[in-house]
Design a protein around this ligand. Structure first.
Ligand code: NAD
Length: 402
């Protein structure tokens, strides 16, 4: 039987993560790279009917004109990320994907993100949220039709929206549906409009960003009504991943964490957006709140994120953990994490697509809480400990084999 064809629709398709994931996917399809860094190719998932690399087709929305080729060349030249030969071999395919990218929406994205956008986006500035959703849906349906896809999975890897977009929406879908007609006063923001567009069509939605997306309960209700599934929120790739590994150790050894300080510096476009206080505070909340959940008490914490332009895609995190053990003696752990942001995130995005595709094919609806290990603020899951979150994913995989 022919493998089902699946579309990956990136919101933020010309950004660092989406471009790296697209390049990586083409590299896998051309057998120019191996599967190191991908979770879904580990032995724990062997034998699952996960989508083949060849069955995946990429399209997306963005608000900037710069091409995917320009993004990967910038990563290659400025940040010395991946081999130039990989880019050269993928150039034609990347251009084909670029031609499928459609203008997105900037609804309530704030001035920092608007400044990144192409001037042509201005013609859409007065669109109502309802009109934006129906335009985004036409793009998704056209992609599915023209690329002959069995299903489309929408993955949000767009810039982080300002924290002011976290408003309490009414709890029921019927009430939120009415907000789509409110014009500029509507409290919905772009990430949620993309989520509504996808879920309303029964398409799965993955939110790799801190933005609200499908997190409001009313949008979760829409997913259930349309028998669609979703997962999020905010990919867990570096410093927070280490927190979710180390904090359970302190808890299990009855060591009291007195304070946990983390300073982060990096220089890519995500960092440029997070340089704005409102956008930054949306990110910091997710990096900070898991410690209290894991430890059962709230130590003093500090998280800083600073934009240092010349560092490009390389992120350094310095963490200082002050803790107390037997007879009250204080001790210290310090670590330095130096990771390349796009390379850490891109394989996880491809993993999420493969896991979500199988869930959707098998009729799972609503929040996919077994994917919590991928996220800083896992939807539908209170447990933030990485080992237990990973066990949930392995249990899900075992159920798929029965
Ligand atoms: P990026 O700045 O390189 O790319 C973001 C892309 O989104 C840009 O091309 C931009 O034009 C586009 N965009 C902005 N607003 C949009 C909108 N309303 N509609 C459509 N496109 C829009 O960022 P990145 O490094 O690729 O990260 C993407 C997101 O993932 C950010 O929110 C980031 O915080 C989050 N994230 C990244 C990591 C990581 O390790 N890289 C980890 C967790 C979360």
């Amino acid at each position: 039987m022919a493998m089902a064809r699946t579309g990956i629709w990136f919101v933020g398709a010309r950004g660092g993560i989406a471009s790296t994931a697209t390049l990586g996917l083409i590299g896998l399809q051309q057998q120019r790279t191996d599967t190191l860094g991908l979770v879904s190719t580990l032995p724990q998932f062997a034998g699952l009917p996960l989508a083949d690399w060849d069955s995946l087709v990429v399209g997306g929305h963005d608000v900037r004109d710069a091409s995917i080729v320009e993004t990967v060349e910038r990563l290659h030249h400025e940040s010395r990320v991946f081999d130039g030969k990989l880019v050269d071999a993928a150039r034609d395919e990347l251009t084909v994907v670029d031609a499928r990218i459609r203008p997105g929406t900037l609804f309530r994205c704030g001035a920092t993100i608007e400044k990144l956008a192409d001037a042509s986006m201005l013609r859409l500035a007065h669109e109502s949220p309802r009109d934006a959703v129906s335009r985004l849906q036409s793009d998704l349906q056209r992609f599915q039709r023209e690329s002959r896809l069995d299903r489309v999975i929408v993955v949000n890897v767009a810039s982080t929206e300002p924290a002011t977009n976290y408003v309490d929406l009414p709890p029921r879908w019927n009430e939120v549906d009415r907000l789509l007609d409110e014009g500029p006063a509507s409290p919905l923001s772009a990430s949620s409009l993309y989520a509504i567009a996808a879920l309303d069509l029964g398409m799965p939605y993955v939110n790799f960003t801190p933005s609200p997306g499908a997190t409001p309960p009313a949008i979760g209700e829409l997913a259930k009504r349309r028998k669609a599934c979703h997962a999020g929120q905010d990919g867990k790739t570096g410093e927070t991943l280490l927190k979710s590994v180390l904090a359970p150790m302190f808890a299990a050894r009855n060591l009291e964490v007195l304070s946990w300080v983390g300073h982060n510096i990096f220089g890519n476009m995500d960092g440029q957006v997070l340089d704005n206080a409102a956008n930054k505070s949306a990110k910091i909340q997710g990096k900070d709140q898991l410690l209290g959940h894991i430890l059962g008490y709230d130590p003093q914490t500090l998280v800083t994120i600073e934009y240092i332009r010349n560092l490009g895609d390389w992120k350094t995190a310095w963490d200082h953990i002050h803790f107390r053990g037997f007879l009250g003696t204080p001790m210290t752990v310090q670590f330095t994490w130096q990771g390349c942001d796009s390379l850490l995130a891109a394989p996880l995005v491809l993993d999420l697509v493969r896991f979500v595709e199988l869930s959707h094919r098998r009729g799972e609806t609503g929040v996919l809480s077994h994917l919590g290990s991928f996220f800083k603020r896992p939807l539908g899951l209170d447990d933030h400990a990485f080992d237990r979150q990973t066990a949930l994913l392995h249990e899900w995989a075992a159920r798929q084999r029965r």
